[in-house]
Design a protein around this ligand. Structure first.
Ligand code: ATP
Ligand code: MG
Length: 241
């Protein structure tokens, strides 16, 4: 078996609020292989977003390790860790987090500008524009390149966010409640886009979700409970979503 793309070992994370300590992750282990789609479910407040933020290198654990392709991320200085984050990860959030002043095309271009810096980016801008257009076409938005977020529907905004997340060819797409703000029909469209993206480039995807229809299509469904993950029983009685 090949080495996992992403491996997390023994993660611990607590939040302190005055005298109260909330232990969110308690010795959590996780692995993700190339091409895999994994859904993390579990009750609200159980720690799904906390986990995604740590695996996404947006936050640090109190203890434990996160390896990308065998390299331990929290052993790296923050500057190098940020560079890995830009290269390895793409993010999709519940509330899109698009920049309101920029068009759809400009929002998708943004990660390439951040990764390359102004000078290098300008030299390759034609190729970047072409790639951003292709990605927007892939998510069905060829006719919306110049629309700003306020001129797009919720589902269209999320599709722009997916195209943006793919701009730097991430090894892993991390999605936190990608359909959490959408009606069922629009959710289905966004779900289709994610699976098309997975099929087209064997994109590894880790998603946290309460959406049963989205989780049902994943290769593996994990349930978060008391600070750890367990495999969901195939036809388990309770609704863990
Ligand atoms: N910055 C913080 N400071 C203090 N407590 C926090 C902080 N962030 C999260 N928590 C607490 O940690 C727990 C886990 O939160 P988290 O957002 O990871 O849950 P979640 O599973 O993503 O929930 P949801 O399904 O509602 O999105 C919650 O009890 C929350 O109140
Ligand atoms: Mg959450």
């Amino acid at each position: 078996m090949s080495e996992p793309l992403l491996l997390a070992r023994n993660l611990e994370k607590s939040y302190r609020m005055g005298s109260q300590v909330i232990r969110v992750l308690r010795g959590l282990d996780f692995s993700l292989r190339a091409g895999e789609v994994v859904a993390v479910t579990g009750a609200s407040g159980v720690g799904k977003s906390t986990l995604l933020h740590i695996l996404g290198l947006l936050d640090t654990p109190d203890a434990g390790e996160v390896f990308f392709q065998g390299e331990e991320m929290f052993a790296l200085p923050p500057r190098l860790r940020a560079a890995r984050r830009n290269r390895v990860l793409g993010f999709v959030f519940q509330f899109y987090h698009l920049i309101p002043e920029l068009t759809a095309l400009e929002n998708v271009l943004l990660p390439s500008m951040i990764a390359e810096g102004r000078r290098r980016w300008r030299r390759g801008r034609r190729a970047h524009r072409e790639r951003a257009r292709r990605l927007l076409a892939e998510v069905g938005l060829s006719e919306r390149l110049r629309h700003r977020p306020a001129q797009l529907s919720g589902g269209e905004r999320q599709r722009v966010a997916i195209a943006r997340a793919l701009m730097n060819e991430p090894a892993i797409l991390l999605c936190d409640e990608p359909t959490g703000n959408l009606d069922p029909e629009t959710s289905e469209g966004v779900t289709e886009v994610l699976w098309a993206v997975n099929r087209a480039r064997e994109q590894a995807i880790l998603l946290a979700t309460h959406d049963p229809a989205l989780a049902a299509r994943a290769d593996r469904v994990l349930v978060m409970d008391r600070g750890r993950l367990r495999e969901k029983e195939p036809c388990g009685g309770g609704n863990d979503l």
